[in-house]
Design a protein around this ligand. Structure first.
Ligand SMILES: [Zn+2]
Length: 489
């Protein structure tokens, strides 16, 4: 029998508010000394009462709106009870039956030209609080350290319907959700740091049927690719079990990244295991529609819309536009560079060239320096692109200028001047090198005269080398052909 996978994803996103979900402690737990961001509320001392963080609610609503969800008029918090030492109160304040946002969707772009866009329904977005961090030291005989700074940091959980049909689609979904969250600026959405955590539910069913098989939850993936790998592994494992007539256990499995396997952790809890009940310390939260309207108006243009606009406004290809808009700051930078286009540069060609440089050499150099050193201003970048476009400098020279801009923060024109990188295009300056190349390479000249036109390329190479890359190769080629053609007659 042939099986098909049914996949749903649950993603926990840590919100980038300055304080915690229910107290005024700072939420910068990543960089803070352990146990320095605590108070009676997040330590769960008796009698301490939670207060809802307004900004966290706004971030949850913004996320819901960006995911095409309906925002609740009235929402409430509930206690989720379970016993684990990272849970300060012995329960987690979460949302059970009335989440803040419901019924949205994400549209995944077609995987290739033949495919169609795939819509994944979002079941709900709800708010909750993070738990303390446990650090196990020294194996089975060891002990456990506890850092309570993270306890109470605001989280949202984005739950999809089981609408994903393959590991590749799951990766695309995560990538797009991550991009949306980052565009909104509500989280760093960094999987390695744990501010974006994805659990995957996967089951198999006979291909073409509608029912759902027993699902397994897979956890502990800390890269987008690991989610895909874990799902591939799990689909294969379940296929083996079912093909031998076995039964799938409903359970939670952990992905072990270095061994590339999933291992059983525990049998999966049902909702009733958590004994949810309404949080008595927090009244239901009424959400004023005017508040939601204001947030709707404040939403930034998101990646899919921006991609389409860059294609129509600047004539970028889908590929270039997708690369540019993948990260909001890159898209902002691109538009600033295009906005700083010097007079005289042809608009569409300039935008295309700017996209090439920003996606290529600029991205490479920026990644290498990791945010340090002087910034390359959009104006400086625009002037570099314009000089390259006008063929004032060669490709090699432009790369050299850009590297220098990253080093010194100087303007492109100043660097070109200082280093004498301007392309040599005038015949008077090119001629000696051209004559020298012709004189020194009788073999290539002979080839050319016998009709092998590509021999010109070799001679141009000699000219480029002699001029240390400054000669204009197009002008040099013209000059060489001219001189050799004169010999033919
Ligand atoms: Zn606190």
């Amino acid at each position: 029998m042939e099986f098909e996978p049914v996949i749903g994803l649950e993603v926990h996103v840590q919100l980038r508010t300055s304080s915690k979900m229910f107290c005024s402690c700072a939420s910068d737990y990543q960089t803070a000394e352990p146990n320095t961001r605590v108070c009676p509320v997040c330590l769960a001392l008796p009698g301490a009462l939670p207060v809802i963080n307004r900004r966290a609610v706004e971030f949850a609503i913004m996320t819901g709106l960006a995911l095409n969800c309906r925002v609740a008029r009235i929402t409430k918090f509930d206690r989720k009870n379970y016993a684990y030492p990272d849970l300060m109160k012995g329960y987690q304040i979460s949302q059970y039956d009335v989440p803040i946002c419901e019924d949205g969707w994400i549209e995944l772009p077609p995987a290739d030209a033949q495919a169609q866009a795939h819509r994944v329904r979002i079941k709900r977005v709800h708010m909750e609080e993070d738990v303390a961090r446990l650090m196990h030291v020294g194996g089975a005989e060891g002990y456990t350290l506890m850092d309570i700074n993270r306890a109470g940091v605001p989280l949202i959980e984005v739950v999809s319907e089981p609408d994903l049909e393959s590991p590749a689609q799951a990766e695309a979904y995560i990538t797009q959700l991550q991009s949306t969250i980052r565009y909104l600026g509500v989280s760093t959405a960094n999987m390695e740091e744990g501010s974006f955590r994805c659990d995957a539910n996967v089951s198999l069913r006979p291909r073409g049927t509608r029912g759902l098989g027993t699902k397994v939850e897979v956890k502990n993936m800390n890269r987008v690719r690991a989610v895909g790998r874990a799902l591939e592994y799990e689909i294969e494992r379940q296929t083996q079990v079912l093909s031998k007539g076995g039964r799938i256990e409903q359970e939670t499995r952990g992905w072990v990244d270095d061994r590339e396997v999933t291992v059983s952790q525990r049998s999966k809890e049902e909702a009733h295991d958590y004994r949810y009940f309404p949080e008595p310390d927090l009244p239901p939260l009424e959400i004023d529609p005017a508040w939601v309207e204001g947030l709707t108006a404040s939403l930034p243009e998101l990646a899919p819309a921006r991609r389409s606009r860059l294609m129509s406004d600047y004539g970028l290809s889908e590929y270039d536009a997708a690369l540019i808009t993948a990260v909001r700051s890159t898209a902002d930078y691109f538009e600033a560079v295009v906005g700083a286009r010097p007079a005289g540069a042809e608009a569409a060609a300039f935008a295309k060239e700017a996209a090439n440089w920003i996606n290529g050499e600029f991205a490479r150099l920026a990644a290498a320096r990791n945010g340090e050193g002087p910034a390359v201003t959009p104006e400086n970048m625009a002037s570099l692109v314009a000089m390259f476009q006008a063929r004032t400098i060669s490709n090699a020279a432009a790369k050299q200028v850009l590297a220098e801009m990253f080093q010194t923060g100087k303007g492109a024109a100043a660097i070109v001047e200082e280093k004498g990188l301007k392309k040599v295009t005038d015949v008077g300056s090119l001629e000696p090198a051209v004559d020298q190349a012709i004189a020194a390479n009788p073999g290539a000249v002979d080839d050319y005269l016998k009709g092998k036109e590509t021999a010109v390329r070799f001679l141009v190479g000699q000219v480029m080398r002699a001029s240390k890359g400054r000669a204009d190769p197009v002008r040099a080629a013209e000059l060489i052909s001219e001189k050799l053609n004169a010999r033919k007659s």
